[in-house]
Design a protein around this ligand. Structure first.
Ligand code: PNS
Length: 172
């Protein structure tokens, strides 16, 4: 049985990520999405919220597991008994940093292999940052993220939204 972890920030998850998850599911027996809980990186959503949004974005009946983690991606892989880290590649510009990370991860844990999957053409320009920017400025993000993610984003970023209301109180 070959298991793979797909670590990332997922702040929030979008169609490009979902494409990678779907392809990973076609290759590996078990796929675990690892949502990074990183105090060094400021995120719009908490790790629990991001993990919940990943779950809500997956198709009904999906067997993909979702966890949030802190620490190294290779430690997540080892703790999940996964021999593979999956990362998505959009364009050549991603390669520099991804190559660096893959080599560092290999140095840290040679038993864990990094596998790169390309996102489809339709999603190649997508990034969580771009989607947040468009949403914050009132643009349409329909079709770029799952409906519950769109609701959560609008609640959190829409001008005039009541900041005391959490994304999940309103998304539910
Ligand atoms: O979605 P992102 O932000 O591009 O994902 C980056 C991520 C989470 C994969 C990377 O920052 C990571 O693996 N962080 C965990 C800490 C770690 O393992 N650092 C060493 C990586 S070489």
């Amino acid at each position: 049985m070959t298991a793979a972890v797909y670590p990332g920030s997922f702040d929030p998850i979008h169609q490009g990520h979902l494409d990678v998850i779907e392809r990973a599911g076609q290759i590996f027996d078990r796929v675990v999405v690892g949502v990074l809980d990183n105090s060094l990186k400021e995120c719009l959503f908490s790790a629990e919220e991001r993990a919940q949004l990943v779950r809500e974005s997956l198709p009904a009946g999906s067997t993909v597991e979702v966890v949030h983690f802190s620490g190294l991606a290779v430690s997540l892989a080892v703790s999940q008994q996964a021999g593979v880290i999956v990362r998505g590649l959009r364009a050549v510009s991603d390669l520099d940093s991804e190559f660096q990370m893959a080599l560092m991860n290999r140095r840290l844990e040679p038993r864990v292999h990094t596998v790169f999957l390309t996102t489809g053409f339709a999603n190649v320009y997508l990034s969580s940052s771009l989607i947040k920017d468009v949403c914050a400025h009132g643009g349409s993000i329909e079709g770029l993220v799952a409906p519950s993610v769109a609701v959560a984003l609008r609640r959190r970023l829409a001008p005039g939204a009541d900041p005391s209301l959490g994304a999940f109180e309103e998304a539910g």
